[in-house]
Design a protein around this ligand. Structure first.
Ligand SMILES: Cc1cc2nc3c(=O)[nH]c(=O)nc-3n(C[C@H](O)[C@H](O)[C@H](O)COP(=O)(O)OP(=O)(O)OC[C@H]3O[C@@H](n4cnc5c(N)ncnc54)[C@H](O)[C@@H]3O)c2cc1C
Length: 597
């Protein structure tokens, strides 16, 4: 059985020592998140994830969800009870404003708790994860009355939320969607259509499910400019807030899929269902983007979570499994063979994953803090800069962390040899579960296009220029001998990223396929630079702590310095290959006619 240990000390290091969370004390909610309070939340969340949620991961995988003839869906054994504990612990709404029953804590805290729970059980985590996205969309776009109707019960987790975009003939290209909305005299709409692949569309864990549904109002323009967003509850909500009659929405079937078996992936049939407009008519994508951007960051985080739990199990296995002798001399003479962790090739795998995971967590928290600034700061300039950062980094985090997360689960599986391929150790489940993160919330090819085609040039390149300036300033300020192993490779990769950006400016306008042909490489090049920048910051902090008294964390700080150096020496050099591919352009990629494939 696989195990999971939440990285509580690592998170504390990042919040307290690298990012100095106390600096943000003037923003709403941050004063309440003192180091003691944060430590207590982390301990409790870790306990819940490790003891309650982890044991259900394999159960969910083996049992899956079951749809019954009446359209109801039963989740795997134990999910309902664990979800009840999620409600009792108040985990869903820790960052929701107190006026809707939340605790008003920084969104960064939700990100951390989400990491722990999703590492423990990705399928289980999605029920509350989607609810948090739906809460965000309602908070930012709904009317005061709608907020009062839906948010309190969603904040406690008593009602879950879903996002309904995909239809059989339209996934990426939402402009083609057909679900229609017919206005009624009372201001509501009748929604009719079929949505597919709807995560947590139906289940038995809560008394109501609040669907956010994209549809086209009769007579609205074709394409994305005619799409509106609707709130469609499974059960109507009575004036006193209680659950009333059933609405016209049913789960038609559930998918049998590669992974995340414990999460119900539903075909949802809307048959004259009553819905209410959320935000403005024909601006539905704008409102849905609030949810999608939250979800994209969450999916990037999901990539990290599967990489982390797979890594932990691979490291444990490598310490125990006895095979062969070390090529540099016997290391365990009392045993019939050395543990495989002595072999450089096993080290290569473990160090690669470890160095990616620790930087990925840093990147996620750095961005989560920016999300808090964007929403909570009273400084307009800071809010604008944070918004720029979020726009630029969202596709990078989604694409890079899910691609590397999946690759890392495969690498961790390799540490188990044949034992990784069979079910017992759970490694093949991590591989299967991680795979979806590269696909949903916009397949990674689309994230790369979003980055290159939409985000780079936006506002005259303001966001990318700010990123370049920030990393360059760090490099300049930390040119001392001790920091050289970190900042010299970072500076080199940054120059490559700048060169790639310039190349697009010069070559993508005249030949647009050049942008598409290089976009995935660009996203990965960007991701490598961002992760390297995270390592440079961690290295600086670790060096400072070792100099000024590390208070018992000496070994961890030394390990940080070694792991960061490994990343610079062994992972970052991929940047050169990405640059080379980008500057090759689209010619050979696009030369053959379609029927030559
Ligand atoms: C388990 C699971 C859960 C899901 N949960 C939800 C959910 O809760 N709600 C929801 O609404 N949807 C959900 N989805 C749907 C998911 O978001 C879509 O599958 C995804 O967005 C891709 O759409 P598609 O499958 O139609 O692929 P397509 O859009 O057909 O794309 C196929 C391939 O072509 C590429 N492609 C498409 N257009 C372009 C282009 N212009 N340029 C370059 N490449 C392009 C894509 O990157 C992809 O690789 C889920 C899917 C799964 C499998």
């Amino acid at each position: 059985m696989p195990t999971y240990k939440a990285p509580v000390e690592d998170v504390k290091f990042l919040l307290n020592d690298v990012f100095h969370m106390e600096r943000y004390g003037n923003m709403p909610g941050f004063a309440d998140a003192s180091p003691d309070v944060v430590a207590a939340i982390l301990e409790e969340a870790a306990k819940f994830a490790e003891e309650v949620v982890t044991p259900l991961n394999r159960v969910g995988d083996l049992e899956s969800c079951t749809r019954h003839p009446d359209g109801s869906v039963t989740t795997p054994k134990g999910f309902k009870e664990a979800y009840r504990q999620m409600i009792d612990g108040g985990w869903v709404g820790i960052s929701v404003p107190t006026e809707y029953g939340g605790q008003g804590l920084p969104a960064t805290m939700t990100t951390i708790v989400s990491e722990f729970i999703a590492s423990a059980n990705l399928a289980f985590s999605m029920y509350s994860g989607l609810t948090q996205g739906a809460i965000a969309a309602i908070l930012h776009h709904a009317s005061p009355a709608q907020k009062q109707t839906y948010l309190p019960k969603m904040t406690t987790g008593e009602w879950t939320g879903t996002m309904n975009l995909t239809e059989p003939h339209c996934g990426t290209d939402l402009g083609m969607l057909r679900t229609k909305a017919v206005p009624q005299s009372d201001g509501s709409y009748k929604i009719t259509g079929t949505k597919i692949f709807i995560s947590a569309g139906e289940h038995d864990m809560t008394e109501n499910i609040i669907h956010l549904v994209l549809a086209r109002i009769e007579g609205a323009p074709q394409g994305v400019k005619g799409i509106s967003l609707f709130i469609v509850p499974k059960f109507f909500v009575n004036a006193d807030g209680s659950v009333g009659a059933r609405n016209g929405v049913m789960c038609g079937s559930i998918e049998h899929k590669m992974g995340i078996h414990g999460n119900s992936t539903c075909v949802m049939n809307y048959d004259n269902a009553t819905g209410w407009l959320l935000g403005e008519a024909n601006k539905g994508l704008n409102a849905m983007f609030t949810m999608m951007n939250e979800a994209r960051l969450a999916v990037g985080l999901q990539g990290l979570t599967q990489s982390e739990v797979a890594y932990q199990n691979a490291a444990n296995y490598a310490r125990d499994r006895l095979q062969g002798r070390s090529i540099s001399g016997v290391k365990a003479p009392d045993k019939p063979a050395d543990p495989i962790i002595v072999h450089p090739d096993i080290r290569r795998v473990l160090m690669s994953i470890k160095s990616c995971n620790e930087a990925a967590r840093t990147l996620v928290l750095w961005t989560a803090l920016r999300a808090d600034i964007q929403r909570r700061s009273d400084d307009e300039k800071a809010r604008q800069a944070a918004e720029d950062h979020m726009g630029l980094l969202t596709p990078v985090i989604k694409g890079m962390l899910s691609d590397t997360g999946f690759a890392n689960t495969v690498a961790a599986q390799q540490v188990f040899g044949g034992h990784g391929y069979i079910g017992e150790h759970g490694m093949e489940q991590f591989v299967r579960d991680a795979r979806i993160t590269m696909i949903y919330e916009g397949a990674n090819g689309i994230q790369a296009l979003d980055l290159v085609v939409r985000k780079l040039g936006r506002d005259g390149g303001r966001a990318i220029t700010a990123f370049f300036n920030e990393v360059s300033a760090f490099v300049k300020a930390n040119g001392d001998e001790a920091m050289k192993p970190y900042v010299a490779p970072l500076a080199e990769a940054l120059a490559q990223l700048q060169q790639a950006t310039m190349w697009f400016m010069q070559n993508a306008m005249k030949q647009p396929d050049n942008a598409g042909a290089g976009s995935s490489d660009y996203l990965h090049l960007f991701g490598l630079v961002a992760l390297a920048y995270m390592w440079a910051q961690m290295a600086k902090t670790a060096q400072d702590k070792l100099k000024n008294g590390a208070n018992g964390s000496e070994e961890r700080m030394k390990a940080k310095l070694v792991t960061g150096k490994f990343f610079m020496e062994r992972v970052l050099p991929e940047s050169a290959a990405h640059l080379k591919r980008i500057t090759t352009g689209a010619d050979t990629m696009m030369a053959l006619p379609a029927d030559a494939f």
